[in-house]
Design a protein around this ligand. Structure first.
Ligand SMILES: Cc1ncc(COP(=O)(O)O)c(C=O)c1O
Length: 363
């Protein structure tokens, strides 16, 4: 009998249960001490002391970050199409237009030359995505933004702890956004974080999160209720303590996969990069049907994911008539193998063996 291997597994332990219990017993479920403490601890541990504003999802972090940065109707925001819909949804929710760029074939993140070609009179910002935990090319993208005077924002929803030349992602742009959805490298259940070094942006984001009020019933602007709960923050504080170790385990798993896999294209890691392998995504070789391989792996009790089989520019509500050859080629050939800190060597070797067998060249 072989063990089923899920694609992803959330790690929740006794410490998280105790933390939730502590909050429940306190009776203070919202706007207590936990959210502020989580913001401070995340700031120190993950984003080099940038200010943090905790919210109820990664999508809210992007949305409020965009609004606080002044993005709105009439603005264009350049964003990769090869990302979770939440990235482009946030741009649309802010009233702006997502303009889709293509991706780099190695990093799967925004290709700087594609971004450059899309800059026009309405371009207000570039929103890069550090996809699967690999940073986008920040040398090129930061200098492109600086050279053109266009704002740079970071969707770091999949990249807690990733670095570019030793500097953490989320600390480059005017703001960065993180998600704490259960499958992420750390979780709060649902949750997100806005990160910024711009004091005015941080103040605005705090107002937008809380119905436009700094103090109860003193409403300064129209806002949302996008607050993080105390129980979510308490879980996040515990998870944060394991993040660095879990990222190390993810890197070790990735290294072992890359040593074992013979037929698929494995992820590359750039020279200036600390990858955190939110996903370990591979590409099938020419002539191999990705969906059939996934189906057969499912029959063999190996869970896989496809991130993302339909890129944003082909999704009904976000559709745009653009030609993105690398995005299309990658989205039809890529799938993600099981990766989570508790994945054992034996299971990993079995997954690699099955993948090698199912993707072997024929003839
Ligand atoms: C790249 C990316 N952007 C945005 C989001 C949205 O985050 P959330 O699901 O927490 O709203 C996610 C996560 O799901 C994501 O992976």
């Amino acid at each position: 009998m072989t063990n089923p291997v899920p694609q992803t597994l959330v790690t929740i332990g006794e410490a998280e249960r105790r933390a939730v219990d502590r909050v429940l017993r306190s009776g203070k479920l919202v706007q207590g001490e936990e959210v502020g403490a989580f913001e401070n601890e995340f700031s120190k541990a993950v984003v080099a002391d940038r200010s943090c504003v905790a919210v109820n999802s990664g999508t809210s972090a992007l949305h409020l970050g965009l609004l606080a940065a002044g993005i709105g109707p009439g603005d264009e925001v350049i964003v990769p199409s090869f990302t979770y819909a939440g990235t482009a949804n946030a741009v649309r929710l802010a009233g702006a237009k997502p303009v889709y760029c293509d991706i780099d074939e190695k990093t799967y993140c925004a290709a700087p030359e594609s971004v450059r070609a899309l800059i026009g009179p309405r371009t207000a910002a570039i929103l890069v995505v550090h996809l699967f935990g690999h940073p986008a090319d920040m040398d090129e993208l930061v200098s492109l933004a600086e050279g053109t005077g266009i704002a740079l924002f970071e969707d770091a929803c999949q990249a807690h702890g990733a670095t570019w030349r030793g500097r953490p992602v989320g600390s480059f742009g005017t703001f960065g956004a993180f998600s704490f959805y259960p499958t992420k490298n750390m979780t709060t259940g649902e949750g997100g974080m806005i990160v910024s070094g711009d004091r005015a942006l941080v103040e605005k984001a705090r107002l937008l999160r809380n119905q436009g009020a700094r103090k109860a019933y003193d409403h300064e602007i129209v806002g949302f209720n996008n607050r993080m709960t105390e129980t979510a923050a308490a879980i996040g504080r515990v998870q944060l303590q394991s993040l660095a170790g879990w990222n190390e385990q993810r890197r070790s798993i990735a290294k072992q996969y890359s040593a074992e896999l013979t037929n698929v294209r494995v992820p590359s890691v750039g020279p200036n990069v600390e990858h955190v392998f939110h996903q370990y995504s591979v590409r099938v070789p020419d002539g191999v049907d990705r969906d059939q391989v996934r189906e057969e792996l499912r029959n063999r009790q190996v869970g896989t994911g496809a991130y993302y089989p339909v890129p944003c520019h082909r999704l009904a509500p976000l559709r745009a008539p653009v030609d993105l050859p690398v995005t299309d080629a990658v989205s039809s050939t890529m799938f993600a193998l099981p990766i989570f800190p508790a994945l054992g060597r034996e299971d990993l070797l079995r997954v690699a063996r099955e993948v090698n067998e199912l993707t072997a060249p024929t003839g």
